[in-house]
Design a protein around this ligand. Structure first.
Ligand code: GLN
Length: 276
């Protein structure tokens, strides 16, 4: 694109799909879609053009839109994302909905492997009465999560921890939730599309896809309050295996829930009842 390029000319550039080009144009110019539509004759500044060209090049090379514009919507809110964290997926909203339905007033909830923080921050925003804790093994991811909590005014306590290992013994929660890495090490999807640009350790356990889920299921019961739920997101073909692991760990009421695509995407169960 040459200097003197008008907005309307950018939108006719054939390298990207129209919607994506519009998003990038709005991003570099800082104007809204409405302004864009109202002022198609406007000309991009030289600097804007340089930035736009760079972004278009990265998009053509396959980089996800969410990383290019640094944002992704989740559960009705805008989150900052970059290559330090997994891009939030719409199916993970199911996990948030199921957690909200089960959390008692002033309940304590723990999000394991929080990444960008979308689950923990959404829960804290929806329900300011909750006490929300979140862990991640990756300090860089926690920086992103903390930034999101701050931007959205969410009260979340973040902890650097390898799953449950950093928790205080005897600390118990009214609900534990997690969207761990569950893609198998040799899954060809890891070499395709957006996934190529995402942090590998947020996607795969570098094993059979169930090892993080096993670790969480083994450790969670010691940190569940009486009758408290453990809710886990997993892969499209893992529901049966995860239900078996939950039952073996002594959880009750074990079941799975389907996402909007009709795929069993979340499984969970309740910890033991304490008769105190
Ligand atoms: N749902 C993601 C995908 O299939 C994977 C996220 C994860 O491993 N937790 O791309």
């Amino acid at each position: 694109m040459a200097s003197g390029t008008h907005y309307w000319q950018v939108l006719q550039d054939g390298r990207l799909d129209g919607l994506e080009m519009r998003m990038l144009l709005c991003f570099v110019t800082g104007v809204t879609r409405t302004t864009l539509a109202a002022w198609p004759e406007r000309v991009l500044g030289t600097e804007e053009l340089v930035r736009l060209e760079a972004l278009v090049g990265r998009r053509v090379a396959g980089e996800p839109m969410a990383y290019l514009i640094g944002r992704r919507e989740f559960f009705g809110r805008e989150f900052s994302v970059d290559r330090r964290v997994l891009i939030p997926r719409p199916e993970t909203e199911l996990l948030v909905e199921l957690a909200l339905e089960r959390l008692p007033p002033q309940g304590r909830v723990l999000d394991l492997g929080t990444g960008s923080g979308v689950i923990a921050v959404s829960l804290a925003c929806e329900r300011p009465d909750l006490q929300v804790d979140a862990t991640d093994v990756c300090a860089q991811a926690l920086e992103v999560a903390r930034g999101n909590a701050q931007q959205l005014g969410a009260r979340v306590r973040f902890h650097e921890s390898d799953w449950l290992s950093g928790l205080t013994a005897g600390e118990r929660f009214d609900l534990i939730v997690s969207n761990p890495p569950y893609i198998t090490a040799n899954d060809p999807h890891l070499q395709n599309g957006d996934l190529r640009f995402e942090p590998l350790t947020a996607l795969t356990d570098h094993a059979d896809g169930l090892s993080a889920l096993r670790t969480i299921i083994a450790g969670a019961p010691l940190h569940l309050a009486s009758d408290a739920w453990l809710l886990l997101e997993h892969g499209y073909d893992q529901a049966q295996a995860v239900r078996a692991l939950l039952s073996e760990a002594g959880l009750t009421g074990v079941q799975s829930w389907t996402d909007l695509a009709g795929i069993e995407r979340v499984s969970g169960g309740r910890g033991p009842s304490f008769s105190d």
